[in-house]
Design a binder for this molecule. Structure first.
Ligand SMILES: Cc1cc2nc3c(=O)[nH]c(=O)nc-3n(C[C@H](O)[C@H](O)[C@H](O)COP(=O)(O)O)c2cc1C
Length: 198
């Protein structure tokens, strides 16, 4: 396991954005497990469940004007992204892509929002294949936001969870979560010289 050195004298901060509209989402369980794993790395994890964020429809005129965006939910999202050294995007899959809830949130960010920020991707679908496609779609969006998606991603389906406890079953998904967290921390350390001190 990678041992993160908080080289700038403060802990590594990771924003984990949960993008499922379902209150019982498996992707939320996955994201929570990833957050726990990142805490083992001594990271500070900020969990942002988009179900709890009051986001209005994207105001393209205000977006185009720049400056202070007039809608509070989007301002909160932007501030939490800005405060993070790295980001985890967790999504459910609908019609072969990531959720509209997550897309709507990401649309509120400015094009440099993920600059110098490594990003980890995880998706849950009816099938692992659907989740893999959603992660690939998210890679393009991360690039558009100037971010760096780490190579490992986690694609799961309901079959990867114990239906009684909700825990991830031991095996491939757990291993991929571990590798992805290691990569995220390693990439954040590699980018640390570019970080603006908080
Ligand atoms: C409208 C809708 C479309 C869906 N489309 C797909 C799909 O294209 N591929 C797939 O594998 N699963 C699909 N699913 C299944 C969901 O991905 C599945 O319910 C999953 O558990 C959602 O993730 P969550 O539990 O993290 O919210 C769809 C479900 C709904 C409600």
């Amino acid at each position: 396991m990678v041992d993160p050195q908080p080289s700038k004298g403060y802990p590594v901060k990771i924003l984990c954005i949960l993008g499922s509209p379902s209150p019982a989402a498996w992707s939320r369980r996955l994201a929570t497990a990833v957050a726990d794993r990142l805490r083992v790395h001594d990271c500070e994890v900020d969990l942002l469940d988009l179900r709890d964020l009051p986001l209005a429809m994207l105001d393209t005129e205000a977006y185009g004007r720049g400056g202070v965006y007039p809608h509070e939910g989007a301002r909160e999202l932007r501030a939490r992204v800005a405060a993070a050294d790295g980001v985890v995007l967790a999504t459910s899959v609908f019609h072969s892509s990531y959720s509209g809830l997550l897309k709507s949130a990401l649309d509120h960010l400015e094009a440099d929002a993920f600059e110098n920020k490594p990003v980890a991707l995880l998706a849950n679908a009816g099938s692992e294949r659907g989740a893999t496609i959603a992660c690939e779609h998210l890679r393009s969006v991360v690039k558009a936001l100037s971010g760096w998606a780490v190579p490992m991603q986690v694609a799961s389906s309901q079959a990867d969870f114990d239906q009684e406890t909700g825990q991830i079953k031991p095996g491939n998904v757990v291993r991929r979560c571990e590798i992805m967290c290691d990569e995220l921390v390693k990439f954040i350390e590699a980018f640390s010289s570019l970080r603006v001190p908080r």
